[in-house]
Design a protein around this ligand. Structure first.
Ligand SMILES: Nc1ncnc2c1ncn2[C@@H]1O[C@H](COP(=O)(O)OP(=O)(O)OP(=O)(O)O)[C@@H](O)[C@H]1O
Ligand SMILES: [Mg+2]
Length: 380
């Protein structure tokens, strides 16, 4: 790519993250090319540059990559052999297959982070029936069973209350060919996410630590600043820096952390792409996670991750049945509240958009965001 030509960033996957990457790319003068499963995908709906292809097909990925200057990802469920073929053909892929492995395989991630000296929940690979009993004698009931690969929005996470229930579940999961592990159930006081952008020079832009609220494994709300002590904040940031540098991430990385009832931080998992907890950066920070992701992937200088208001709160719009949010757009709205809809067909529980409010005081900002999100869900 010459210095003056328009760069093309290929994005594998066409969900709302790709859609918001495109939105940020417009202002940066970057052209995006999308590998979508269907023309109805959220990002495919708004892109003139869509190719239909299977992210599990290495040949499709290689052919797609060859039409791009650099390739990045909307989600982790991408064939790594295809990414390697793209790299062999001279097309950089960010995150690299080595970095992506951490996000694709939670068990690998747990093992590596343990070796790195980070605190993670107690865990054990479950490969035979006796493993569950052995692990439960260590951590007690209930415990958590997770799929090592393929999980999102709580799919791939099960809370198990007894040996009998656990054996039924394990046999089902093994029958489906899944690799699984057991994990202690953490007594969570608060969930946090630390987002940073990093580029190949090692430059890092660190966003304010986000407080997140999950229900049934799905993120409902995110808020900055997190209501935590400076000490916790600093350790959360340190953990993210250590991980980001160790895995040599390029682009956005999110580290999900549990703050337990004893005040200890435990690493839950990482994502090596823009993350739901970072949607509030679009309206709440100087540079959004999507813009910084594109900048990092292009190896351009990163933008400031500073918040622009004292309080920023994001509320996800989870569809209530088939109610369409376009039917309930509020007539008037505060200038300090922004609506983001993803063009997705509403289906019960599906993330179809989010609302972000900014202001001086969380006590006022959070209800404002919730009330608009609730209107868009069609609650009243
Ligand atoms: N060991 C644990 N102890 C207590 N709660 C847990 C534990 N592991 C997961 N959870 C709860 O389940 C949620 C989802 O878990 P996790 O992040 O591992 O799954 P996921 O489906 O990969 O999530 P994501 O939507 O972030 O991709 C967590 O945010 C947390 O609320
Ligand atoms: Mg998670």
């Amino acid at each position: 790519m010459s210095k003056t030509s328009i760069p093309t960033v290929g994005i594998i996957g066409a969900g709302q993250l790709a859609r918001m990457m495109i939105q940020a790319s417009i202002s940066l003068g970057i052209e995006c090319r999308i590998l979508a499963k269907s023309l109805d995908d959220s990002a495919a709906l708004i892109s003139p540059n869509v190719e239909i292809g299977d992210p599990n097909d290495p040949i499709a990925i290689e052919a797609f990559a060859k039409k791009c200057d650099v390739v990045t990802l909307d989600h982790e469920l991408v064939n790594v052999e295809g990414l390697k073929l793209a790299i062999e053909a001279g097309i950089p892929v960010q995150p690299t297959p080595e970095t992506l492995r951490y996000a694709q395989d939670k068990l690998y991630q747990r093992n590596q982070f343990t070796a790195l000296g980070l605190r993670v929940p107690k865990f054990k690979a479950l490969v035979s029936e006796s493993d569950l009993l052995e692990f439960s004698s260590d951590v007690g009931w209930p415990l958590v069973v997770k799929s090592a690969t393929g999980g999102y929005d709580g799919h791939g996470v099960w809370i198990v209350h007894s040996e009998a229930d656990g054996q039924v579940l394990l046999n089902q999961l093994w029958g489906n060919g899944l690799r699984v592990f057991g994990e202690e159930l953490i007594d969570i006081q608060m969930e946090l996410a630390v987002l940073l952008a990093r580029r190949t020079t090692g430059e890092i832009a660190m966003y304010p630590v986000v407080e997140t609220y999950q229900k049934d494994g799905i993120c409902h709300e995110a808020s900055i600043p997190a209501a935590i002590s400076n000490e916790i904040r600093t350790s959360a940031e340190n953990i993210a820096t250590v991980i980001g540098e160790h895995i040599e991430v390029v682009g956005i990385m999110a580290v999900e952390l549990f703050l337990d009832s004893q005040g200890q931080l435990t690493v839950n998992e990482i994502a090596t792409r823009p993350h739901n907890s970072g949607h509030l950066t679009i309206d709440g920070c100087s540079t959004s996670q999507f813009e910084n992701h594109m900048r990092a992937v292009m190896n351009w200088p990163l933008g400031s991750a500073t918040p622009i208001k004292n309080s920023v709160v994001m509320v996800n719009i989870l569809a209530a049945g088939e109610k369409n949010p376009l039917a309930t757009i509020p007539d008037s709205q505060s200038a300090e509240t922004a609506i983001h809809l993803y063009g997705k067909i509403p289906r019960e529980g599906r993330k179809i958009g989010h609302v972000t409010s900014i202001g001086d005081d969380r006590e006022e900002v959070a209800p404002r965001a919730r009330s608009i999100a609730s209107k868009l869900r069609g609650d009243s």
